[in-house]
Design a protein around this ligand. Structure first.
Ligand SMILES: *Cc1c(COP(=O)(O)O)cnc(C)c1O
Length: 466
């Protein structure tokens, strides 16, 4: 039977349970979910690490030929198999023709970035002219803030969420200092309520309503790196702009994870990296978005020759003809080797489509949540069983694929035991383990195996302590 797109994850599990006449925690449920998964063949497009190659592995606890359970695509995505081929194409070109490679081939180096920008449009929901592929994420954030953050005595604050990613925090801090502003007064941070882990939309909107007149820029993450909370991007954008603020987003954890419609939502600017869900490899080529409506009003503060129109760029007459929009923000010539790896990954995204990936992701993460709640619900917690708490919001619209877990057992112990058994995830301060089942290459069986390992680790912790 075709799973309906409107079916909730728990209902899908129930449907399969009644078809198979088995318990919801039965391995066959996971196997059936994989059979029904129309995107499962995309896993073959990636190298899945083997447990034997993972540094922290304990070979007495695993079968060495097994695949790792890789739930760390939110930090570094896996390698698409085509990366090597695409890199070799450009290396060969370089070897065979040297500088002529600038002009010819699949990715002429001068326009290498532009040759793949079209593959990014559906992923972020923008038209090609609104997107530039360049630099690293934090560099792009700085470049965008230099143009969008123009403080005045009345409107001088930057609003951001509490515990923003350190790089974003530092970027904002240093931008304020660049304008000679007092960081304490100008950096407006919204914290969750006492005893809560994630932000409430009503609290965000209240701050915007009350203080919006003094806020120059609202800079939020799309998905919070620690809690996995997906913010309501269109609502924050609308509320901020109604108060006259520019509204921008750091989409590091949102791009390739959730559906984005930056153009239609009217977001002013955005930036993202490509090595997380976009699988372009460490230090991959980052992205920037500047909405079309700013084409004639917002200019780059710092300019280089790749912001100059291509048809006259090489006249070298030092008369700047600035490209309107995002591409005018490019400073240097594009790093072609980084274009190759991103190219390989974006092709896969475009075959799979973000819409279909998101549909699978909701079910995949929903299945993980269902299993964790099944074993570690509140009732059981009262009977001295170990506790696993999910701090990521339970509503599908408020999260992507990542769940952040906290435990009654020491987090360091849980994490180390997972690592020894070939689960790749990460531990983040203060006490969370982030797990991100990625719809492109993770399976429902990965989730099943992860939960089984978690149970045995927590059970062992309990026996140890009693
Ligand atoms: C991963 C991440 C970064 C990393 O910044 P780089 O400039 O790519 O090193 C910055 N901000 C957020 C929100 C991130 O998640």
């Amino acid at each position: 039977m075709e799973p309906s797109p409107l079916e909730l994850p728990a209902d899908t599990v129930q449907r399969i349970v009644s078809q198979l006449r088995c318990h919801p925690t039965d391995e066959r449920v996971a196997l059936r979910l994989d059979e029904e998964d129309k995107l499962r063949h995309f896993r073959e497009y990636f190298y899945i690490p083997k447990v034997q190659d993972l540094p922290p592995i304990d070979l007495s606890l695993v079968n060495k030929d097994e695949n790792a359970i890789y739930f760390l695509g939110n930090s570094l995505g896996l390698q698409p198999k085509m990366v090597k081929t695409y890199l070799e194409e450009e290396l060969d070109k370089w070897a065979k023709m040297g500088a002529y490679g600038h002009e010819v081939g699949k990715r002429p180096w001068i326009t290498g970035d532009e040759s793949i920008t079209g593959l990014m449009t559906d992923i972020v929901g923008a038209n090609e002219k609104e997107i530039a592929l360049m630099n690293g994420l934090t560099v792009n954030l700085h470049l965008l803030l230099l143009s969008f953050f123009k403080p005045t005595p009345k409107r001088y604050k930057i609003l951001l969420e509490a515990k923003a990613f350190p790089s974003d925090h530092y970027a904002v801090e240093s931008q304020l200092q660049l304008h000679g502003l007092n960081v304490e007064k100008s950096m407006r941070i919204i914290k969750p309520r006492e005893g809560e882990e994630t932000l409430r939309m009503e609290d965000i909107l209240e701050v915007i309503e009350k203080e919006g007149d003094s806020i120059a820029v609202i800079l939020f993450s799309g998905v919070h790196f620690y809690t996995g909370q997906l913010f309501n991007i269109p609502a924050i954008t609308k509320a901020g702009q109604a108060k006259g603020c520019f509204v921008g987003f750091d989409l590091a954890h949102a791009v390739g994870n959730v559906e984005l419609h930056l153009h239609d939502w009217g977001v002013d600017f955005a930036c993202w990296c490509s090595y997380k869900y976009l699988n372009s490899g460490a230090g991959g080529l980052a992205g920037a978005f500047v909405h079309e409506k700013h084409v004639h009003t917002i200019k780059p503060a710092l300019v280089g020759w790749f912001g100059h129109e291509l048809n006259t760029r090489f006249k070298m007459d030092n008369k700047l003809q600035l490209i309107p929009g995002a591409n005018g923000f490019r400073i240097s010539n594009p790093p072609i080797l980084l274009v190759c790896s991103l190219h390989a990954s974006l092709e896969i995204f475009n075959q799979a489509t973000v819409k279909a990936l998101r549909r699978k992701s909701i079910l995949l993460t929903g299945y993980l949540e269902y299993m964790i709640k099944h074993y570690y619900n509140k009732d059981k917690a009262e009977s001295k069983k170990p506790i696993v708490n999910i701090i990521t919001p339970p509503h599908i619209e408020e999260r992507g694929c990542q769940l952040t877990l906290t435990f009654s057992a020491p987090v360091k112990y849980v994490f180390q035991e997972l690592e020894k058994r070939g689960v790749v995830c990460d531990k983040r301060e203060p006490n969370g383990i982030r797990v991100a089942p990625v719809p492109l290459y993770n399976s429902f069986h990965d989730v099943y195996k992860f939960v089984s390992l978690l149970i045995s680790i927590l059970d062992a912790a309990e026996t140890k302590n009693s």
